[in-house]
Design a protein around this ligand. Sequence first.
Ligand SMILES: [Zn+2]
Ligand SMILES: [Zn+2]
Length: 367
Amino acid sequence: MPEPTSAPLVVPTAAGLYCPAGDFHVDPWRPVERAVITHGHSDHARLGHARYWAARPGLGILRKRLGDVDVVPVEYGEPLAFGRARVSFHPAGHVLGSAQIRIEADRATWVISGDYKREPDPTCAPFEVVACDTFVSEATFALPIYRWRPTAEVVDEIREWWLANRRAGVASVLGCYALGKAQRVLAELLRVTDEPVYVHGAVATLTDVYREAGVAMVPTLPVSAARKDYAGELIVAPPGADATPWMRRFGKASTGFCSGWMRVRGNRRRRGYDRGFVLSDHADWPSLLRTIRETRARRALLTHGHSDVLVRYLREQGVEAGALETAFAGEDGGTDTPATAGGPPLGAVGAPTDANAPAVPERAREA
Ligand SMILES: [Zn+2]
Ligand SMILES: [Zn+2]
């Protein structure tokens, strides 16, 4: 594998990560001519670009979120030419249609991971290891305390919680990010039940997109004003909905939240959830290390929050490492706002961050 060249294939600019050899941006945060998009979360796919390139399975999400923008759908693995750069999209295992971007030019190969995870997920194609010289990796959960348990165990816990609440005669309201996490939970629940689950409007809109893409999930029903009694039912809602008048219709309810941040007990307590379920669409600490190793990259550049611990660790392993400044927020609550996903307004959940968690407010993070 060639040494990383001195001229980087991707550089941070005011508009976002920019590839000079191909004259395009990856997930830019200011309007640009050519935007190569890793996935549909709001901190990665924004309005205002002249033209978008996105993996075909994520097209429905992009259309739902951005409307009638000019998008070129790209197959995973399909070679594209931008200037003197060869570009291809590879599955990131994060949400439906999520992609890593491989860029080859000037005898160097870079991969921009976007957001990714290594756990199997029935709602999207599995992460593909793509060899490169420089791997631009997300680092949302780049601390050794973040280790995920097998998804099946967490889903069993959710089911047990739901059934215990039913025996107690109360509803179960489960907070899940509206794009990705909610659909993953609905798909994983199929292994243990085919009972219908009620969904908040913001979740319903995106769940329809997943269903249209052929993702199998438990049946879903809208939460409607007509129904008076939700005792014993499971309701999936975006984060923050539990702090709004929307919650009143459920009467007595137990509240839960699905997120990697639930790994830190204080986060659940401060946000007032009865239960926290540790389920993330991002790589945990062991997966970050394993992935960087498997790409055989000589250099890792990290995005998304606190990466100093990981930078230090990688340097000790002989990997050149550094942070790359971006405007990516983790996975943000913006994907759950009514402006992008429909549904009633959500109350802000003001919660101080945990000492162990990155300094961005939790509300602004998706996990
Ligand atoms: Zn992200
Ligand atoms: Zn994301």
